[in-house]
Design a protein around this ligand. Structure first.
Ligand code: MN
Length: 337
């Protein structure tokens, strides 16, 4: 996959060794739950894996939702996106490993996401946006593989002005594992002195790692972060207990000082490395009221969001997009719309 790759990992900084508080031996965080993503359709009908299927919101906190987009090989004319739709109260983080998505929003933000780039959109008090493949990509078809993560905002941040961060592929911070068998792409968060490019409202980390068959990745992980390991592609053995995890499965971890993942020697796609998403953050521990495109603290705030959207207070579609049959009704059965 053409997310950011590096020919010679030996030139990269190494992932720092985990350290335990009080000088004791660092403990691997145990796997406490494994779940398998449900398949769904998003937007105008593109296939996704609902990566957080079966995991309690309390264990996901500060994250609320994750879709793995594809991986799918489209024929000509088949690539799909979303229509214009609103959001309030959280952030969408869209990372594209293969394929191209164009993004535009009602504040004038936007850009093209491709080749390991990330678009980090803070919806805050309200925004409208569209996420769609460019016309030439629709015409040509091709492989699409990406993800969209929803990061919750604390109640004090839900009413911030919208913000748009275009994290280009060359901005991704790169490290290698100690044995050189894993490439670690740090999109947000810190590993030692290395910091990912994403600016976040609460402390969190987002990592895409590629691990060669048989190699091991050990990551120091803050004790006050939750810890989620999701397999984008391949076969993993997670934790000191070597719990098997395959494409579309997530492992929720308990307390400890480090995360340990081995890429299985035998991969389902022979010769391919393990592709992993590692997420963690400091939980907000606030009530979550979530309906459709809005993530707030109370049901009253959700009702207000729908009212404000109907009243046009979440923004306007740019004039060049206005058509007589423009349909802006937010749906409640589909998290992206
Ligand atoms: Mn959206």
């Amino acid at each position: 996959m053409p997310a950011v790759t590096v020919d010679d990992l030996s030139v990269l900084p190494k992932v720092p060794a985990p350290v335990a508080a009080g000088g004791t031996v660092p403990r691997a965080r145990p796997v406490v739950q494994v779940e398998t993503a449900a398949h769904g359709l998003e937007g105008e009908g593109f296939p996704v894996r609902r990566a957080f299927t079966g995991v309690d919101l309390a264990d996901l906190d500060p994250f609320v939702h994750l879709d793995q987009i594809g991986e799918i090989d489209y024929g000509p004319g088949e690539p799909k996106g979303t229509p214009w739709h609103p959001h309030r109260g959280f952030e969408t983080v869209t990372y594209m490993m293969d394929g191209v998505l164009r993004h535009e929003d009602s504040t004038g933000g936007g850009g093209v996401i491709r080749d390991g780039g990330t678009q980090w959109m803070t919806a805050g008090k309200g925004i409208l946006h569209i996420e769609t493949p460019p016309e030439d990509v629709v015409a040509a078809g091709g492989v699409f593989h990406g993800l969209q993560l929803w990061v919750n905002l604390a109640s004090k941040d839900k009413w911030l002005d919208p913000r748009y961060q275009d994290l280009t592929p060359d901005a991704v911070a790169l490290l290698s594992s100690d044995d050189g068998g894993a490439l670690v792409r740090l999109i947000a968060g810190d590993l030692g002195d290395v910091r990912g490019p994403g600016t976040t409202h609460s402390p969190m980390s987002m990592i895409h790692a590629t691990i060669a068959p048989g190699a091991r990745l050990v990551l120091p992980w803050p004790q006050d972060f939750n810890a989620l390991v999701y397999v984008l592609a391949g076969n993993a053995l997670v934790g000191a207990e070597q719990r098997p995890l395959e494409t579309g499965q997530i492992a929720v971890h308990g307390p400890g000082d480090l995360l340990q993942v081995d890429a299985a020697q035998q991969q389902a796609r022979a010769g391919h490395p393990l592709e992993l998403l590692v997420l963690g953050g400091r939980p907000l521990r606030e009530p979550v009221a979530w309906m459709g495109p809005f993530v707030m603290n109370t049901k009253a705030e959700i009702a207000q969001a729908f009212d404000d959207f109907e009243a046009g207070k979440l923004g306007q579609i740019p004039p060049e997009y206005e058509t007589p049959d423009a349909d802006l009704e937010p749906t409640t059965d589909s998290p992206l719309d």
